[in-house]
Design a protein around this ligand. Structure first.
Ligand code: M6R
Length: 369
């Protein structure tokens, strides 16, 4: 069943290019137009929506955090993202014009299910993004966009996460198309970039040897920090979550700009800090800021592990370890930048003697609140 891989997790990591391609399949035509007929929410309802609220847990929540950047940038509709377990119990403001997106691999997560039930009771429309056909969350939603990751067996979510991102981008682009917001050259370029992204994920996977080696050298460490800005921030959170659940290590993800407001006090000699660097093209302010952040932590003794795109030489002098990813527009970069973090966590867990497919205390679907 593991097709020669040492674990389901490694197999599922390797399946990501296909999972991404399958999730895009048939949803974008040759002219770059999105056809999401399967999403049965009438286009009028999407045109009228004045707010998007994303609810999810764990890794799916991180996909939602990234989706917010894309939705607000491409559609100009305000978007909130909330942990499903918090959302339900704080009397959120919802009405018929709210589009709620519930993201769940299993479709059975009780916290997410309770959140969507609450949203529907308030009259909101709910779109599920889900990987499991016919599961409870899509059945109880107004509409569903399925991710086509195939069955995910390992408890740690990998390929489902990448396909959740793809589905979120598709929804964001579709909203932009239906509402006519910004649906111009920029969006067409994004659609083109999305169409070639599976190849980029494949390239990242082909270069993971040094990441594995590096992970093995860190097996004795107690703490690893992860930093990012913009969409790199949720990627940092996801990298930290993977490390916690698989390697049982203390790991934290921070917005790099927050360092100076407290977390930089944690930095000491030899502390491994993974930094997700956005493309220097496009939003270059973001890039400059994070280069300064890398310098700041390095000056305080951090061992910097930098994920940066091919050809970004500005980071080279400050990187103790450099992990290269193919050039990718910032909003889509999580699709390539997350992959080394998955491999990193998996290898570290193995080096520490942990069972990667079935980490302690965790279940694949969490059907209790
Ligand atoms: O099935 P779901 O996507 O609703 O699951 C949500 C979380 O329980 C899940 O992503 C969890 O955080 C994973 N173990 C992370 O790897």
């Amino acid at each position: 069943e593991k097709a020669g891989y040492a674990s389901f997790m490694l197999k599922e990591i390797a399946e990501q290019p296909k999972a991404v391609a399958d999730t895009l399949l048939g949803r974008i035509d040759g002219f770059g137009t999105l056809s999401l007929d399967e999403v049965r929410i009438p286009p009028e309802a999407l045109r009228e929506a004045d707010k998007v609220v994303i609810v999810a847990c764990g890794t799916a929540f991180h996909a939602g955090l990234i989706a917010k950047y894309a939705i607000e940038h491409w559609t100009r509709i305000p978007c909130e993202v909330e942990l499903a377990s918090e959302f339900r119990y704080r009397d959120p403001i919802l009405d018929q014009q709210t589009l709620v997106i519930a993201v769940s691999q299993s479709g059975e997560t009780m916290d997410t299910l309770m959140a969507l039930r609450h949203a529907r009771e308030q009259g909101a429309r709910v779109l599920a993004i889900c990987n499991t056909n016919g599961s409870t969350i899509p059945r109880e939603s107004d509409a569903v966009l399925y991710t086509h990751a195939g069955p995910e067996v390992a408890v740690a979510s990998t390929k489902a996460f990448l396909t959740q991102l793809v589905a979120c981008y598709l929804v964001a682009l579709y909203l932009a198309q239906v509402r006519g917001t910004k649906y111009g050259d920029e969006i067409r370029a994004v659609v083109r970039d999305l169409s070639s992204i599976a190849g980029s994920v494949e390239r990242v996977l082909g270069a993971m040897g040094p990441v594995r080696e590096l992970a093995r050298t860190l097996a004795h460490k107690d703490t690893v920090l992860f930093l990012g800005r913009h969409v790199g921030y949720p990627v940092a959170l996801e990298g930290a979550l993977k490390l916690k659940e698989l390697a049982y290590m203390h790991a934290e993800g921070f917005a790099a700009g927050e360092l100076k407001h407290g977390p930089i006090a944690l930095v000491e000699d030899g502390l491994p800090v993974v930094v997700v660097v956005p493309s220097p093209r496009g939003r270059s302010v973001l890039h400059d800021k994070i280069v300064s952040n890398i310098q700041e932590i390095r000056a305080r003794g951090a061992r910097t592990i930098v994920i940066a795109e091919d050809g970004d030489e500005e980071v080279t002098p400050y990187a103790d370890h450099l992990i290269r990813v193919p050039p990718t527009p910032t909003l889509l970069q999580p699709l390539v930048a997350t992959v080394p973090l998955q491999v990193f966590a998996c290898e570290l867990a193995t080096a520490r003697g942990n069972e990667v497919d079935q980490p302690r205390n965790l279940a694949k679907s969490v059907t209790v609140e």
